[in-house]
Design a protein. Structure first.
Length: 398
């Protein structure tokens, strides 16, 4: 059950202050390609130092960024011009770092998006042009070359419409601004003739389920769970020379990975996400003048009836405390009989409390919404429930 302090003041508005509440209602099969990736198939990070020109006086201050003038002098020297760094005015130039992710299996001539960020004292990169910049990997080899006009983009404002916010003026992108010059070889077949599947979210149950699904689909015991994060699949000899269709077959196998009982809260936005296996044991929480009482499972059985329950609930002024197993008699029901095995609702710890019916994830969200709680309050309440050992699941605050 969820009780909340005098929510009649706020009314039954359906807009949720907690943001978006997602409740998984059933376990669904997922493809292995959605749960894992083949070991050896990965992105590689590239980085380079470059110059952005064409700025309208918003570039680096030579006093605070002397390396910008030196970089310009070095660039001009490659064209046969020789200047001392002190002779150059760099207000129209900015020194930048250029970053990109190189996906696997890209070939020479393929294009990449790059991100450009100022490393000096430039006020804005608006209208700037990135000059040819070499992008290297962690091994020092050049894998791509970037060049092109910079796009700063825009930020969506609080009202939800474009243009309501201001773009970050010292970071931008060059869409498709890099050309791949060297591909990165990917080795997926191990020396022993096997491949490894790396789970995106390591879990012993999921690893076991993936191995069992592969063995069932292929009709032979080829897969085993190495640990919570890896599944090894031995490649049949007749598939070693035709590995791509075999991997495609493995990736398309469906698995029921199960779900982890988890509550995730975004402390900045107040967004709350609850898995369908989340259960809150009987507990009362006091937060300021507010009293919350939880005691039933958040899950599919409750969600099925939630629409009818909300429609059939009496006005808030008529709601009475509901019995909780293990107590004696509901408060405020003197003279009325109480069924055997049920008991009294403990008195509120602080403030006025009203009790709602069955505790579902949707009612928790509505209750928090009606109380107009801040993101900080939401986090504090769930942390208190977790600290009391009443949250059967994992609490994550991001």
């Amino acid at each position: 059950m969820v009780g909340f302090n005098d929510s009649r003041k706020a009314g039954w508005a359906l807009a949720l202050v907690v943001g978006v509440l997602l409740v998984a209602t059933a376990a669904h099969a997922a493809r292995i390609k959605d749960l894992a990736q083949v070991d050896g198939v990965r992105d590689n990070q590239l980085i380079g130092f470059g110059l952005v020109g064409g700025l309208a006086g918003t570039g680096d201050d030579p006093k605070n960024a002397p390396y910008t003038a030196e970089a310009i002098a070095n660039m001009l020297a490659s064209f046969g011009f020789h200047f001392e760094a002190g002779q150059l005015k760099v207000k129209n130039f900015a020194a930048v770092m250029v970053n990109a992710d190189l996906p696997p299996y890209l070939s020479n001539g393929d294009r990449l998006d790059v991100t450009v960020s100022s490393v000096g004292s430039a006020k804005s990169l608006e209208g700037g042009f990135l000059y040819q910049t070499l992008l290297s990997g962690a091994d020092g080899q050049v894998y791509a070359v970037a060049q092109g006009p910079i796009s700063l983009g825009s930020v969506v404002g609080a009202g939800g419409g474009a243009g309501g916010g201001k773009a970050h003026m010292t970071t931008g992108r060059v869409p498709q601004g890099a050309t791949v010059e060297r591909s990165v070889p990917s080795t997926v077949v191990k020396p022993d003739g096997s491949l490894l599947l790396n789970l995106r979210h390591p879990d012993f149950s999921t690893a076991t389920a993936v191995a069992e699904a592969v063995n069932t689909a292929l009709g032979v015991q080829l897969a085993r769970a190495v640990d919570a994060g890896q599944v090894e699949v031995r490649i049949p000899l007749d598939q070693l020379t035709n590995i791509v269709p075999f991997i495609a077959l493995i990736e398309g196998i469906e698995v029921d990975p199960g779900t982890v009982a988890r509550v995730v809260i975004n402390q900045r936005t107040g967004t709350v996400v609850l898995g369908h296996d989340v259960e809150i044991l009987p507990v009362a929480v006091t937060h300021g003048t507010l009293t919350l009482t939880f005691g039933e499972k958040l899950g599919p059985p409750a969600m099925v009836e939630v629409a009818e329950e909300l429609a059939e609930e009496p006005p808030l002024t008529e709601l009475q405390p509901l019995p909780i197993p293990g107590e004696e008699a509901p408060l405020g029901t003197e003279g009325e009989s109480t069924p055997a095995g049920t008991g009294t609702q403990a008195a509120p710890l602080a403030g006025e409390s009203l009790m709602l019916g069955r505790t579902t994830a949707e009612q928790v969200a509505l209750g928090l919404s009606e109380m107009q709680l801040s993101a900080t309050d939401i986090v504090a309440i769930f942390e208190a429930i977790d600290a009391a050992g009443a949250l059967v699941g994992k609490l994550e605050v991001i």
